[in-house]
Every structure is written in C-alpha cells, then in structure tokens.
Ligand binder design. Structure first.
Ligand SMILES: [Zn+2]
Length: 339
C-alpha cells in the first residue's frame, strides 16, 4: 500500500532466513482485513509503501537452525502477530503482549498478501495444522489467524456466558465471528447491530436473535427495549469508532462488560460517566489469537462452527487492489486471497 486507495502488486526479493528462529512461509491463503481498510482510507502517500496482510495459512518452506517444532512442508496458521511463545506474557496466554511482539503487515514488517514471507520466532508464532493443503475447511481454518479469534476475544472480555444477553456492534467479519463466539459460549439473546442485509442474514444464520439497525441514541433506546429496559450483559465492540464505542458503553446494563476489539480510531474512550456510574467493565485489545487456536480448532474440525462463511469473494494476488475496493465499498464482507 502506497497511500490511501493505492494498492499495487510489486515484485520484491524472496524472503530469507535472517535469525535462526525464523521460518519462511509459502502463503496458500491470505485475506484482506477490515483493519486494512483504515490505512486504505487514510494512509499518507509513501515512496516505499507498506507490505500488507496479517492473516494467512501456508506451508513452511524453510526453517532456521533453532526452530524446533516445525519442519519444511508443515501446514500452519499464521496469527496476525508474531510472538516468541516463551516469555512471561506468552506463558500467561497473552501473546499479543509478547516481549518480542511484531505485527505482520505493519510498521515495516512484511505482510501476508504475498507469495511468501519471513516469520520471526516461528515456533512461538505459527500453529501447525494436521489437515491437507486443499481441505474443505480451509476458509474456516483461515479465520483462526484473526477474525474468529478476535470475535472470541471480544466475547471473552465482555464476559459472555450461558443465559446472558449480548449485543454485537459491527456487522463486518469480526462482528459476525463475535456472534458465533457468543452463541458458542451459551448466550441466550444475541443482538446484531448493523445495517447491511447480506451481513444481517449471515449473523442470523450464526445465531443472532435480534437486529438493531439504528445508530446513536436511537440504537441505545432499541437495545434497552429488547433487553427488558436495562441493556445487554455483554457488549462486543467490533468497529473502533468514537460513536460505536460510545454506544457500546451506553447499551451495557449496570454491572455489564464491553469487550473492545475494533482498532480505536480515537485517542480517548468516550462515555466515561455512564461507564463509571453503571459499573461497566471496559476492556479488550489486540486478541491473543495464537492462544485461542487450541480451543477453537476442534469446533471447526467437527463442523460445530463455520466462520469461513464470512468469505464471499476469492481473488488472486493480481486482483488484491480490487479486493480492497470491494471491501471498502461494502460490496464484499471479507475477501480471501489465493496467491
Ligand atoms: Zn512472548
């Protein structure tokens, strides 16, 4: 990406092992993320550009001398962040706070919308899969690299549990996966807040029980009506804008919790007073998706959840610029890239 709206496919040198803990990943599937749309809308023009993409499945092509758990030919999930797997935070289940953290396709780090890329701390970062490269579950497995783990994180932070009412703000891929996660964790009522008919239909298929398409004060009013006048126990904020975060806090019932996974586009958290006086827990951040794969993978392999349904378009590398356009125009929910 060379600036807002400016995505190009470039020939670059092949990646190579630099550190002994590196691996080289040949990408078999990647995707375009809702969070890629922020720079697509606002990036300052850049001469060097930023290699993009932070979600992938691929085959290990080469490993450094100190890589122990992976070998050439292994099929792996590449979570959106690299982590060493051994530090205090990785051991506590928060690899997105790793002391060696890196975000793929960000701040100069190589991205996965590519044929191949270098993976730092390969043992800690990559998660081996015991399936074939062309497995029919591949779209769902690919969501373990980000959107399914991120939706799950929002639900965990928002303390979703059996019998609870849940509101999900955002009908993008993460919000839709948040609906799957809420249902999976036993929520009784799941309100999807969005306004695109195709996305709402999918949300219902995933388990949403109610739809709120209003925004701002009207949305707050509607959610209260649907939840006996008090608001939702758990709110999943999957957008990141000022207004969506404000709404998230205002629709949480007293003692409730908001799980934020939308990358914030504002430097402050709004609605401080209602958050305080209603004893709302506001938490969240970059999802530790690497740590969630173990829990979510069996549900995908057994067909209990099908997050791969968020993909409604497949493109080759050459068509990636049009993939960005399609997602920005809300013509597509999520685009899969098959290099
Ligand atoms: Zn670590």
């Amino acid at each position: 990406m060379f600036g807002a709206g400016d995505v190009r496919i470039e020939e670059v040198p092949d990646p190579s092992i630099i550190d002994p803990t590196d691996a080289i990943l040949r990408v078999t599937r990647a995707c375009i993320c809702g969070s890629d749309l922020w720079p697509y809308a606002s990036m300052e023009p850049s001469e060097t550009g930023q290699s993009m993409g932070h979600e992938a499945i691929g085959v290990v092509d080469d490993v450094g001398a100190e890589v122990r758990n992976l070998k050439r030919g292994d099929l792996v999930v590449m979570p959106f962040a690299s982590s060493d797997g051994t530090c205090e935070f990785c051991r506590e289940g928060l690899p997105t706070a790793c002391v060696h953290l890196g975000f793929f396709g960000n701040i100069g780090m190589n991205g996965a919308q590519a044929e191949a890329l270098r993976i730092p701390y390969a043992d800690g970062t990559l998660f081996p899969l015991n399936v074939a490269e062309d497995d029919a579950l591949m779209p769902s497995l690919l969501t373990l690299s980000d959107v399914m783990g991120t939706g799950h994180h929002a639900a965990v932070v928002a303390k979703v549990g059996p019998g609870k009412s849940v509101a999900v703000i955002g009908d993008g891929a993460v919000g839709l996966c948040g609906v799957i996660a809420a249902k999976r964790l036993g929520a009784e009522q799941i309100i999807i807040m969005g306004r695109h008919p195709d996305r709402i239909a999918l949300a219902k298929e995933f388990g949403a029980t109610d739809v709120v398409s209003e925004r701002g004060d009207e949305a707050v009013e509607r959610v209260r009506e649907l939840t006996g006048g008090f608001g939702a126990h758990s709110v999943l904020e999957c957008v990141g804008l000022h207004q969506s975060t404000d709404t998230a806090i205002k629709i949480a019932r007293p003692g409730g919790a908001v799980g934020r996974v939308g990358v914030p586009q504002d430097v402050v958290i709004p609605a401080s007073e209602p958050a305080f006086f209603n004893n709302i827990t506001v938490g969240g951040g970059p999802a530790p998706v690497r740590a969630y794969i173990e829990e979510l993978l069996p549900d995908i392999l057994d067909g209990r959840i099908e997050p791969g349904k968020v993909f409604d378009r497949i493109v080759g590398l050459d068509e990636v610029p049009d993939g960005y356009r399609a997602m920005a125009d809300r013509e597509s929910i999520k685009v899969m890239v098959q290099p």
